[in-house]
Design a binder for this molecule. Structure first.
Ligand code: G3I
Length: 322
C-alpha cells in the first residue's frame, strides 16, 4: 500500500506503528511488512519487555527477547515504545505470591524499573511505566502494588523511571478511556494530582481495543481532554474486532466496510487533536492478533488479514490521516 507511517508523518504525527512479538520473527512474509518503514515508523514489543519476561526470578534479568525487538527496530530506523514496567498482569509468581511489606515491594519495584529502563536507556522513545491502574468503575485496581504500597506506587514508579532513563517519555497506559465515564474521570484526576506534585509524567496512552460498529463518538473529545492536562497523548494498542465472526461472505463485506469506517473515525480523532502524537496497532495482521485467543469467536481486528493482505480498514486509516 501507499504507507500508513508515511500518511501519519504527512499529517504531522510522529509515527504510525505496530506491536509485534518474538515468535513472529520466524515468519519472513510477516517480517517483510513489519520492516517496511513506509508502513511502520514505530514498534512495540507485545510481550518481551514485560516483567515476567525480563525478571522471571528476583533480581535475575533477561533481556534477550526485548533486545531482539529493539535490534530489529533499530536496524530499520523505527522508534520503540517500551511496554511495560508496572502492571498487574504477566507478573512472575515471585511478585504475585511474595510476602511483601510496603518497603520490600517498593524496593523490588524500583529495582525492576531501574534495571529494565536502565538497560534500554537512550534506546526507547517512551515507556508505559504504569499500565492499566484502574478498574472500569474508576476505582484503583487492587493489585499487589496498590495493596502493599498504596496509590504512591504510581508516583514512585514514574520517578524511578525518570532517574533510570531521563530522556524517555513516561506514560500511563489504560483501556476503556476512549469515552467519558468513571474510569476516564479517575485518570484525569490522577494526572492532575501527579502534575500538581511535580511527578514526572509525559504521556497518556489510550489503548484503543475497540469493537466494530461501536467506536465511541466522544473519542476526539477525550483525546483533547487528556492533551489539555499538559501531556502528550498516543493511541497505543489500536485494534477493532468483530464480536460475532460471520460465516457468510456478504455479512463479512458489510463488517469490513464498517470496520473501515471505524478505523477512519479513530484516526480522524487523533488527527484532529494536535497533542495526539501517534497511533500503534496491536499487531498489524489477523494472523497474530491477541483477540481470538482471549475472546472465543471474536477477532478479525487488524488492518491486514491472516494472509497478510490489506483489508478495507487500511484505506480507512489512510483516509483518517488525509
Ligand atoms: O509464554 C507462554 C508460553 O511459555 C506458554 O506455553 C503459552 C501457553 O499458553 O503461553 C505463553 O504466554 C502467553 C503470552 O501472551 C506470550 O505469548 C500467555 O498465555 C498469553 O496470555 C499472553 O497474552 C498477551 C496478553 O497481553 C496477556 O495479557 C498477549 O500476547 C498480548 O498481546 C497482550 O497485550 C496486552 C497489553 O500488554 C496491555 N493491554 C491489553 C493487551 C491485550 O490483552
Amino acid at each position: 500500500g501507499p504507507g500508513l507511517n508515511l500518511a501519519a508523518k504527512k499529517a504531522g504525527k510522529k509515527y504510525f506503528g505496530s506491536a509485534t512479538d518474538n515468535p513472529e520473527f520466524t515468519d519472513a512474509a510477516y517480517l517483510k511488512i513489519l520492516n517496511d518503514t513506509n508502513e511502520f515508523g514505530q514498534i512495540t514489543p507485545g510481550n518481551s519487555m514485560k516483567w515476567d519476561a525480563t525478571e522471571p526470578e528476583q533480581n535475575t534479568f533477561t533481556f534477550s527477547g526485548g533486545d531482539q525487538v529493539l535490534d530489529l527496530a533499530e536496524g530499520n530506523g523505527q522508534i520503540v515504545r517500551g511496554h511495560n514496567l508496572v502492571w498487574y498482569n504477566q507478573l512472575p509468581s515471585w511478585v504475585t505470591s511474595g510476602t511483601w511489606t510496603n518497603a520490600t515491594l517498593t524496593a523490588a519495584m524500583k529495582n525492576h524499573i531501574t534495571n529494565v529502563a536502565g538497560h534500554y536507556k537512550g534506546k526507547v522513545y517512551c515507556w508505559d511505566v504504569v499500565n492499566e491502574p484502574f478498574n472500569d468503575d474508576g476505582t484503583y485496581r487492587t493489585d499487589v502494588f496498590y495493596e502493599n504500597i498504596g496509590i504512591e506506587y504510581i508516583a514512585i514508579a514514574l520517578q524511578t523511571a525518570r532517574e533510570a532513563d531521563p530522556n524517555a517519555k513516561l506514560y500511563i497506559n489504560e483501556y476503556n478511556i476512549e469515552y467519558a465515564g468513571a474510569k476516564a474521570t479517575s485518570l484525569v484526576s490522577l494526572v492532575q494530582s501527579l502534575k500538581a506534585a511535580n511527578v514526572p509524567l509525559d504521556g497518556i496512552g489510550v489503548q484503543g481495543h475497540l469493537i466494530v460498529g461501536e467506536v465511541p463518538t466522544d473519542l476526539e473529545t477525550q483525546l483533547a481532554l487528556y492533551a489539555s492536562l499538559g501531556v502528550e497523548v498516543a493511541i497505543t494498542e489500536l485494534d477493532i474486532h468483530v464480536t460475532d465472526l460471520p460465516t457468510t461472505l456478504p455479512e463479512t463485506a458489510a463488517l469490513l466496510a464498517q470496520q473501515q469506517e471505524d478505523y477512519q473515525s479513530v484516526i480522524t480523532a487523533c488527527n484532529n487533536v494536535p497533542g495526539c502524537i501517534g497511533v500503534t496497532i496491536w499487531d498489524y495482521t489477523d494472523k497474530y492478533s491477541w483477540v481470538p485467543s482471549t475472546f472465543s469467536g471474536q477477532g478479525d481486528a487488524c488492518p491486514w488479514d491472516a494472509n497478510l493482505d490489506i483489508k478495507p480498514a487500511y484505506n480507512g486509516i489512510l483516509a483518517g490521516f488525509a
